[in-house]
Write a protein that binds this ligand. Structure first.
Ligand SMILES: Nc1nc2c(ncn2[C@@H]2O[C@H](COP(=O)(O)OP(=O)(O)OP(=O)(O)O)[C@@H](O)[C@H]2O)c(=O)[nH]1
Ligand SMILES: [Mg+2]
Length: 477
């Protein structure tokens, strides 16, 4: 850290003052000190903020988020060092050269995460969740519990005005037009609301499937839901094919919460039928509704039977994608979440006082309180991690990259259109360039070979001529 001191003083030249002569092992400390010098307030606070990180990277280039994070912790020491080391500045001048080289090497793409972050925050995020399950299984309550607000308060208003959420009944016709019609026995009710948390905006749409499984014959209950999901894909596809594709609203369903009745037996034929029809079109997340009415053992066995059915039927459940560079913690976290599938949940936004004086969200029973946010009581926390806290982006990515792409490919196949790769190659500038290079090289090689042949022919003709002239001369003498 002594070097930090020297550098701070060398900072006569602002560009150099931020880059000092350190061996590799202290490079991060170097960035840290710069942050401290640049942002005096950060030094005093000893705090870590996005602003501090920005400054570290912008000025040093060599820094990373990790380095800027370190700034908060080390700043106090660095700051002190800067003051102490003033006297030794002059003797260190030659070392500055090495730093210049480092500065020149900085391109700036280390800023990409922050650029992306800022843009995303400006734009906000959107999430579309569909809830499916028989009436009264606690769908609306769970959604309210997940987002900690009453999204359905408009229902209580008799004047029909919309309060928190924007309510709309969606059609399940194949027109792809999601407005005002109610068809079949199952209707899809869309409630949208904007939520803001720490300056981050989320546009949330909940698609509630009213009447699912309520008819005497529920055989076709799944149809309007599949149609709605496909309509949303179609609308997106059409928007993509338009000339102006700059702002395509993403109304595709990013996750479907399927509520299983807490019978404690096994899945019903309707559950299996529905999941089989839907699992390739949406990120399916099965849930055991109202799990507080089952004992721990019952839940354990029920889960086993449900998973057996799901596996035997080849039904895909949403699983966060794993990446090669995922760290152990992420892998473990995903495993822990996935070990709870199907999530046995309890929903409630009511605050209850426990005997030990805590205020918790839960359900009150004569025998005790079931706490929603307690991992020993239910799987609500794990579900929230999957859906909101840890894997929301993955849900959207899977929807876009796999489910929608599969749908698009299947649709094109049905229309008899197959992708002709040669057509696409034509428009790929890099492969086009490569092709041209190969052709050019082949042309050059041919020219060279031709020239060689001509040369050879001419040489041998000349040789022959010389030979004949020679023999002529010999014969004359
Ligand atoms: N025991 C228990 N009851 C719950 C739970 N969640 C909701 N309920 C109750 O179940 C009833 C129905 O809850 P809703 O959230 O309206 O159920 P829903 O699935 O949205 O019902 P529909 O909109 O009619 O399809 C309400 O009285 C809730 O208080 C739960 O986790 N456990
Ligand atoms: Mg409801």
């Amino acid at each position: 850290m002594a070097s930090v001191v020297e550098t701070s003083v060398n900072g006569k030249d602002p560009s150099l003052g931020k880059h000092h002569d350190f061996n590799d092992s202290v490079n991060e400390s170097l960035d840290t000190s710069t942050t401290t010098n640049t942002l005096g307030t950060q030094k005093e606070n000893g705090g870590i903020s996005l602003g501090a990180g920005d400054a570290a990277v912008d000025s040093n280039g060599a820094s990373s988020n990790g380095a800027s994070t370190a700034s908060g912790t080390n700043s106090g020491t660095n700051g002190a060092g800067a003051a102490n080391g003033a006297g030794s500045a002059a003797t260190k001048k030659p070392e500055v050269k090495i730093i210049r080289r480092k500065l020149n090497g900085y391109v700036g793409f280390a800023n990409l995460p922050k650029q992306w972050h800022r843009k995303s925050i400006r734009r906000g995020f959107n999430l579309n969740i569909m809830v499916v399950g028989e009436s009264g299984l606690g769908k609306s309550t769970l959604i309210n519990t997940l987002f900690n607000r009453d999204l359905y308060s408009h229902r209580a208003q008799n004047d029909g005005s919309l309060s928190l959420g924007q309510k709309e009944l969606t059609s399940t016709t194949s027109s792809g037009n999601f407005s005002g019609l109610i068809t079949n026995d199952v209707t899809i009710e869309s409630v949208s609301t904007d939520i803001e948390e720490n300056g981050i905006k989320l546009h949330l749409t909940v698609l509630d499937t009213v009447g699912f499984g309520d008819a005497i014959n529920n055989e076709d209950s799944w149809k309007p839901i599949v149609e709605d999901i496909e309509n949303r894909f179609n609308t997106y596809l059409e928007a993509e094919n338009k000339i102006n594709r700059q702002t395509i609203a993403d109304n595709r369903v990013h996750a479907l919460l399927y509520f299983i009745e807490p019978t404690g037996h096994s899945l019903k034929p309707l559950d299996i039928k529905f999941m089989k029809e839907i699992h390739e079109k949406v990120n399916l997340i099965p849930i055991i509704a109202k799990s507080d009415i089952l004992t721990e053992e019952e839940i354990y066995e029920f889960k086993q039977r449900i998973m057996d059915d799901i596996n035997n039927q080849g039904i895909n459940i949403f699983k966060p994608p794993q990446y090669e560079n995922d760290d152990d913690e992420t892998i473990l976290n995903t495993q822990e979440i996935m070990s709870k599938v199907p999530f046995a949940v309890v929903g409630s936004i009511d605050e209850i006082q426990t005997k030990d004086g805590r205020s918790v969200r839960g359900r009150n029973y004569p025998w005790g309180i079931i706490e929603v946010d307690n991992e020993n009581h239910c799987d609500f926390i794990k579900l929230r991690q999957l859906l909101i806290r840890n894997y929301m982006e993955e849900l959207k990515e899977t929807t876009s990259k796999y489910l929608f792409e599969n749908y698009r490919t299947e649709k094109l196949k049905k229309l008899g259109i197959q992708q002709d790769n040669s057509v696409f190659r034509e428009f790929d500038p890099s492969s086009r360039q490569e092709e041209e290079k190969i052709l050019h090289e082949a042309k050059l090689a041919k020219m060279e070979a031709d020239l060689k042949t001509i040369f050879q022919t001419k040489v041998s003709a000349k040789e022959k001529k010389l030979q004949s002239q020679e023999s002529e001369l010999f014969s004359k003498h």
